[in-house]
Design a binder for this molecule. Structure first.
Ligand code: ADP
Ligand code: MG
Length: 373
């Protein structure tokens, strides 16, 4: 996985620059070609293809950028408890979610954002496997694995582990699918739904902490993923227990992203924080919505890379009507030309995908804090 990660990072950075040339030049070319001509149409298609490739690169970078940012002691019991309502929102009404936590603390040493990512990836896959609805059970256990169990299936050291189980009653998987689930880019979903990187990322995160994943699935009956992470001894005090409850800011947030999954997930996170959420899949639709409804916006959250006008252009246009509303940009293109720290105003900030509830909450509170000063 490490070698794959490094290679992915290298390829992704190089590809990024190539794509920038393709997209940048086709943008320059478009306005000087007669509109409606074959040439203009081809250039439009080149640009669209560049955008699709950019999306893939962004996904690759998220796998590659896997080093733990902040390792602390995380109690899976608390983490699951804190995310339960949020997970309920992303899985929707048709899915019946139940959670069960362990009797004793299930403490592991990890970056909490990454463990949230693991849980989200598994829950979203479970939701996708149950389009007609079903049951989703999330459980936390503390388990001792002896030599046999640890070794035979899981390739782990014997010892104490925190177990995270995610079980669905969805479509399940046949043997061929099951054998490939952790493979980069392996997906059985249409391109706008699946990237085939969710489980690759999940696997990378879990392995990095010395853990393992076990999958059990039967076609037509459902799937159970079990994640094992080494338990941290009781003696080590949890740095801070649950995150302090954030102030309930309220108000309306506009969220713009062309990926429906991102809109739904980020929208759910913001609703969880107490905001009303307006969504749009491109800048033009966002402008149109603001024009029509003139909402009072507490915050604007937008992807930087959008089809048509960019997130940056959108913010510039909205600035006229919303001079005091902070803007949070989301993107995977941290080191990109389109994004320059120096150009960020005091009411602007930036968050890298994939976005986790914790990172979003911190950023939003920081921005709103600045805005209220
Ligand atoms: P993606 O969700 O983008 O397709 P993942 O890496 O998350 O990528 O999953 C890869 C594939 O594994 C999915 O396309 C699906 O075929 C299969 N899969 C994962 N989780 C489940 C599940 N809970 N039930 C059935 N199939 C699943
Ligand atoms: Mg997935």
């Amino acid at each position: 996985m490490n070698a794959v990660g490094r290679m992915a990072a290298g390829v992704a950075h190089d590809l990024n620059n190539v794509l920038f040339a393709i997209m940048g030049l086709s943008e320059l070319l478009a306005p000087i070609l007669p509109s409606g001509s074959k040439e203009a149409e081809y250039v439009g298609e080149i640009h669209a293809a560049g955008e699709r490739a950019a999306k893939l690169v962004r996904q690759l970078l998220t796998i590659a950028r896997r080093q733990p940012a902040r390792v602390e002691i995380v109690d899976l019991n608390l983490l699951v408890g804190n995310l339960a309502t949020f997970l309920e929102r992303i899985t929707g009404k048709a899915v019946n979610l139940s959670t069960r936590v362990a009797q004793s603390p299930a403490r592991v040493k990890a970056d909490p954002g990454q463990i949230e990512q693991v849980l989200m990836n598994l829950a979203i896959n479970a939701r996708d496997a149950m389009p007609e609805g079903g049951k989703l059970d999330i459980s936390v256990d503390v388990i001792h694995l002896d030599e046999d169990e640890a070794f035979s299936q899981l390739d782990l050291q014997p010892g104490d582990y925190a177990g995270l189980g995610v079980s669905d009653t969805g479509c399940g998987m046949d043997k061929e699918t099951l054998a490939r689930v952790f493979e980069p880019f392996f997906t059985t979903k249409p391109p706008e739904r699946g990237t085939g990187l969710g489980l690759t990322t999940t696997y990378g995160i879990v392995r990095q902490y010395g853990g393992a994943i076990h999958v059990y699935s039967e076609p037509g009956r459902g799937t159970t993923f079990r994640v094992y992470l080494p338990l941290t001894p009781e003696m080590e005090e949890a740095a801070k227990a649950a995150a302090a409850p954030a102030p309930q800011p309220g108000g309306t947030v506009l969220v713009v992203d062309d990926e429906e999954a991102v809109l739904r997930v980020v929208g759910a996170m913001l609703e969880e924080m107490g905001f009303a959420v307006l969504t749009a899949t491109n800048a033009e639709a966002a402008l149109e919505c603001c024009h029509r409804q003139s909402p009072r916006l507490t915050l604007i959250v937008t992807d930087l890379v959008l089809p048509g006008l960019s997130g940056w252009d959108l913010a510039t246009r909205l600035r006229r009507d919303y001079p005091h509303t902070p803007v949070l940009y989301m993107s995977g293109f941290a080191n990109n030309m389109i994004f320059r720290d120096a150009e960020m105003g005091p009411l602007e900030s930036y968050l890298e995908k994939p976005i986790t509830p914790r990172a979003l909450k911190e950023k939003v509170n920081e921005l709103l804090g600045r805005a209220s000063r």
